[in-house]
Design a protein around this ligand. Structure first.
Ligand code: NAP
Length: 207
């Protein structure tokens, strides 16, 4: 089991924390407004509240905030993240939901990795799972991940499995752009055809 710190006490934090706790992991919620972190933790059986800016308790640190603030948050934590595995769950999409705010040859995860201290590998994961689908906890969802550090990906994969989910490694961190495109595709489907978010994208093997 893993110890998890989640920075950004919003919808994804609640969904991830609930499944993580159910899977036997320890969970710390951190918010730049400690009252919001405490309010979310109060809804979760067993979650603790961390101090913003202090060294997170978790071996895994999930950035559960909008992409716009993620790299700056990582920079602000700086060496407090040394030795941690950072999970980037963001979808760095533009306001029109047709493209990205990141440089064309990069991805949100790669930009966040540039801000991370040495010894704090970044793994992209969870960006293709809607928060309420994750929170429902009644399906073995597929969770795609990407990263350059094999040990970090193994750690994150074990964490995902502990939540009753299936980790599917998509390759190096440069593949985060593909995962972010998948997130963008989902948002386009919600806007233009499916019209709701009660679905997930996974891999079905046919014989
Ligand atoms: N919702 C989904 O279904 C879904 C699915 C896949 C991926 N994601 C990704 O997950 C991330 C979180 O989404 P969400 O839906 O959970 O958002 P949310 O409900 O709006 O929560 C975002 C949280 O981030 C905090 N925050 C904002 N800026 C911050 C900063 N600069 N530093 C620290 N904390 C900050 C906010 O706290 P304050 O109260 O302080 O503003 C809030 O608690 C986003 O990157 C999103 O793209 C979401």
């Amino acid at each position: 089991m893993s110890s998890i710190s989640i920075i950004g006490p919003g919808d994804m934090a609640g969904a991830l924390a609930g499944r993580a706790l159910a899977g036997g992991n320890s969970v710390e919620i951190i918010g730049r407004d400690p009252a919001r972190a405490a309010a979310l933790a109060a809804t979760l059986d067993g979650a603790t509240v961390g101090v913003p800016g202090a060294t997170p308790a978790g071996d895994i640190v999930v950035l559960a905030m909008p992409y716009a603030g993620a790299a700056a948050a990582v920079s602000a934590y700086g060496n407090a993240l040394h030795g941690k595995v950072i999970i980037d769950i963001s979808n760095p999409v533009d306001a029109g939901l047709t493209g990205f705010v990141t440089p064309g040859n990069s991805s949100g995860a790669q930009e966040i990795a540039k801000a991370a201290p040495a010894g704090a590998p970044v793994v992209k994961a969870f960006n293709t799972v809607f928060s309420h689908v994750l929170a429902a906890g009644d399906r073995p969802l597929d969770v795609f991940l990407a990263g350059d550090d094999t040990q970090a990906k193994a750690h994150v994969s074990a964490f995902i499995e502990s939540m009753g989910l299936r980790p599917l490694d998509a390759g190096p961190l440069s593949m985060a752009r593909a995962l972010e495109n998948l997130g963008l595709l989902q948002l386009g489907l919600v806007t233009h055809s499916v019209k709701h978010t009660n679905f997930f994208v996974g891999v079905t093997t046919i014989s």
